[in-house]
Design a protein. Structure first.
Length: 324
């Protein structure tokens, strides 16, 4: 484990502070993402030293995200990347998202994911979200059986409550938890982060830039079309959107003072929060990867941390929306 690596639970693997979240590469929420662009983006991340690749069975109607990863890792050593996958959500006709955490469905999805990825095992396998029709202990038990079969090395849970995570822990060893977390959405600090720290469970966080909101490039008159999933989020509409852009102006000032980009400032802040193991960022081009990959070169000082803390207090509670 090098100096920047962090333990990934108790399973003996480690992970860097930044990872590539591969949902945007599926092309389901952003138009114009070609397979070639997706593959080039993943390859750029690996070449930049970001080996943590996070995907899921449902990232794309036909596994587009997993296929892009497979194309990008051809000819590379398998142990040069850490492949994290998820199961338990699939698409039905009409782009209807369906939860199914039954053991049979989990095994089917993981088997198909491994085929798409061109590998015989995942390094980390999450239950993507709990299925209200299936006790989470049943889903967790199947994940443990998949580990015993060599199909994954580590097990995690995503989009869960603390109560659900504890219940899952009665049926399997939990190595990681994945939840949304950013400067404006910090609910996990109340219970999940402290509990996972105490239990030695790695915390992987997504939405650090909140779907581009905290990246600093959105004009105040931006209106999202219905083809863009962000139009459903209160954070991107009306007064909430304007107040969030006021917050971003504080970030802009601090980034300019530190001579770094706003995304770099945000990712550096997120990665240094107590209990956070690895931060997933999305990208749809090699250029975006290169910008974000340099985030940890940025060193926040006391003035920046205090300015961000004060801005968070001034902003107050944010109208959010669950990912799943």
């Amino acid at each position: 484990m090098n100096a920047s690596s962090r333990p990934l639970g108790a399973g003996g693997l480690s992970v860097g502070p930044l990872g590539l979240g591969c949902w945007p590469l599926a092309g389901m929420t952003r138009e114009g993402i070609t397979p070639e662009m997706a593959t080039a983006t993943v390859a750029a991340a690996i070449d930049a030293g970001i080996s943590h690749l996070d995907t899921a069975y449902c990232y794309g109607a036909s596994g587009e995200s997993e296929k892009a990863i497979a194309a990008a890792i051809v000819g590379r050593r398998r142990d040069s990347v850490l492949l994290a996958g998820k199961c338990g959500i699939h698409w039905e006709p009409g782009r209807k998202q369906c939860l199914d955490g039954s053991p049979a469905r989990i095994r089917l999805e993981v088997t198909e994911s491994l085929r798409r990825l061109g590998t015989d095992h995942l390094d980390l396998l999450y239950l993507h979200a709990p299925d209200p029709q299936v006790p989470i202990g049943e889903s967790a038990g199947e994940l443990e059986r998949l580990r015993a079969a060599g199909m994954t090395r580590l097990i995690g849970f995503s989009n869960v409550t603390l109560q659900q995570l504890r219940a899952a822990g009665s049926a399997c060893q939990i190595d990681a938890c994945q939840l949304p977390y950013n400067m404006l959405q910090r609910e996990i600090e109340n219970d999940m982060l402290p509990w996972c720290q105490k239990e030695g469970i790695a915390m992987i966080v997504y939405w650090p830039l909140m779907k581009g909101l905290l990246a600093g490039g959105m004009p105040r008159d931006r209106v999202f079309p219905t083809s863009d999933s962000r139009h459903k989020y209160p954070m991107f509409n009306g007064l909430e959107f304007q107040r969030n852009l006021d917050f971003v102006e504080v970030l802009r000032t601090e980034a300019a003072r530190l001579a770094c980009s706003i995304p770099n400032l945000v990712l550096a802040w997120t990665a240094e929060q107590p209990g956070v193991t690895s931060v997933l960022f999305g990208a749809t081009s090699p250029e975006q990867v290169h910008t974000n990959a340099t985030a940890l070169v940025s060193r926040l000082d006391t003035e920046a941390r205090e300015a961000i803390r004060a801005a968070i207090i001034t902003r107050g509670p944010v109208a959010g929306r669950r990912a799943v």
